[in-house]
Design a protein around this ligand. Structure first.
Ligand code: SF4
Ligand code: SF4
Length: 240
């Protein structure tokens, strides 16, 4: 059966009318930012504290668009007779996003969790040479990385969290013990802390001029043990 003349035109107009009366879904970018999925591959962020300059990411990148420079620093031995340690210090970390194909291999191979995907996408440039971004920019993008999704309730606690919780518990226990400990005894007043009279005399005698006969006698009295032969009678003789 041959189609009715003008059928196609009527069908097209019907689609146009239906679309005209529907609510628009066009996002008015840049006035309205798009709602991207949280794990979108927008750009690569660098958490440089975690980077040990192992060069794995640069070696595995299929486009060779990661540039890393570093130097070695030697730290003295912690104890006498110990060994000096050397470590790599990052000087430059740059990614050329005009070459990057967003494969994510660098992020996958990094053994120290120093690279992350960020959903940030507003880094277009009019000059292709400006698409090589250095570590400062990569670090700024790090703060736009969304937090990881929550763990399954039945999942094992990550060892980093367990270690952090253990140290927090230890610090809290130490703080509790410090609060409950009795206060230190107050300092004795000067009068109460005075030593015995004889002892004072002895101390004075020791500190004063040794040629002073009076003081020397007082010191002798204070330091010499008392005669243990027993009391004497009125005439100075020994009592039986
Ligand atoms: S995403 Fe792929 S191409 Fe881009 S820097 Fe990483 S490894 Fe290289
Ligand atoms: S693989 Fe990771 S730790 Fe190694 S150089 Fe690259 S970013 Fe740094």
């Amino acid at each position: 059966m041959s189609p009715i003349p003008g059928h196609g035109l009527a069908k097209g107009l019907a689609v146009t009318l239906r679309t005209m009366t529907r609510r628009t879904v066009t996002q008015q970018y840049p006035e309205t930012l798009p709602e991207l999925p949280p794990r979108s591959r927008g750009v690569i962020g660098l958490f440089e504290e975690n980077c040990t300059v192992c060069m794995l990411c640069a070696r595995e990148c299929p486009d060779w668009c990661i540039y890393i420079d570093s130097h070695k620093e030697t730290t003295p031995a912690a104890a006498p007779g110990g060994r000096e340690r050397s470590r790599n210090v990052l000087d430059r970390f740059a990614i050329d996003f005009s070459l990057c194909m967003y494969c994510g291999i660098c992020i996958e191979v990094c053994p120290f969790d120093a690279l992350f995907w960020s959903p940030e996408f507003e880094y277009a440039e009019t000059d292709i040479r400006e698409l090589t971004h250095e570590r400062d920019t990569l670090r700024e993008w790090m703060w736009t990385v969304p937090p990881p999704p929550a763990l399954d309730p039945a999942a094992e606690e990550p060892k980093e969290l367990a270690a952090a919780r253990k140290s927090v518990d230890k610090l809290a226990a130490e703080a509790r013990v410090a609060v409950q400990a009795p206060p230190a005894p107050a300092a004795q007043p000067a009068s109460a802390a005075q030593p015995a009279k004889g002892a004072t005399a002895a101390t004075d005698a020791n500190t004063k001029d040794a040629t002073d006969p009076k003081d020397a006698t007082a010191a002798k009295d204070a330091t010499e043990p008392k005669d243990d032969k027993g009391p004497k009678d009125d005439k100075g003789g020994e009592r039986p």
